[in-house]
Design a protein around this ligand. Structure first.
Ligand code: SF4
Length: 259
């Protein structure tokens, strides 16, 4: 595997926005804020950033510079653990000499290679379909300098690629500011009032982009996930939470804290 910065998004919980169950849930959610919703001010977002930074440190992105690697890795990450994803990726790259070789291989061979990552019958054909779209060169370096809308629009036009995968490619490979919204970011961000809690993952991506300073995107993504893993769990530990005084959901009685 090529190098890469620390990656934070949840993948073991079916959080992939591209997984079918999440899509089904997401379609019932709003993609834009409801009438009357007021975006948090930049000042408030920075205050949340600073509090999270006190807790978890200031994370620095270390982009690895390989968008095709990130694209394939993120497809493999759906509905599995990071460890199983990495085993599947390593087996895939060891078995085939190039992206073109993966694209042109019999589907069963690709499926067999990535089987440890789970959902191989879905992910194998999806990876091959994406590589077929990329052509012989499989070159996505143009994403470095393309206008953001063009870059994200292209990525999300690829088969089975949604906003979270596109955001992961942009930030983890190229350090282009995006805040991938996984299940943790969606839960914690909604509770803190960064976006309406019932908004779709797609809508949450738009909101996070609108309220986040460019230089804070990676740090906010990572630290929201960390907070979601440690404290603001599905059953939140509000009694231990250093952000309790900033929490919209707690103030409104919308969460049931763990005992
Ligand atoms: S107060 Fe509770 S719900 Fe709010 S951010 Fe903290 S843990 Fe999450």
């Amino acid at each position: 595997m090529s190098g890469g910065g620390e990656r934070g998004y949840a993948s073991a919980t079916g959080s992939g926005s591209e997984s079918r169950p999440r899509d089904d849930i997401d379609r019932r959610r709003r993609t834009s804020p409801p009438p009357g919703w007021r975006r948090p001010s930049r000042r408030r977002v920075r205050a949340i950033r600073d509090r999270l930074r006190e807790l978890y440190g200031r994370r620095r992105n270390d982009p690895h510079g390989d968008p095709v690697h990130e694209l394939v890795l993120t497809i493999l990450s759906q509905n599995t653990s990071d460890g199983n994803r990495d085993v599947a990726y390593r087996r895939l790259r060891d078995r085939f000499a190039s992206w073109a070789a993966i694209r042109d291989a019999p589907a069963e061979e690709v499926i067999e290679a990535i089987r440890p990552g789970g959902l191989a019958n879905t992910k194998g054909p999806r990876i091959q379909a994406v590589l077929a779209e990329l052509g012989d060169e499989a070159d996505l370096d143009w994403l470095r300098t393309a206008p953001r809308e063009e870059a994200v629009g292209y990525l999300t036009s690829l088969p089975g690629v949604g906003r979270k995968t596109a955001a992961c490619v942009m930030i983890f490979a190229l350090d282009r500011p995006e805040v991938p919204v996984d299940t943790h970011v969606h839960r914690v961000g909604g509770r803190l009032g960064l976006f309406p809690p019932a908004i779709s993952l797609e809508g949450a991506h738009d909101e996070m982009l609108a309220i986040t300073d460019r230089g804070d995107a990676y740090e906010l993504h990572m630290n929201l996930i960390e907070h979601g893993r440690r404290i603001c769990r599905p059953r939140p530990r509000c009694g231990e939470c250093a952000l309790a005084r900033m929490c919209v959901a707690l103030r409104a009685g919308l969460v049931e804290p763990a005992a």
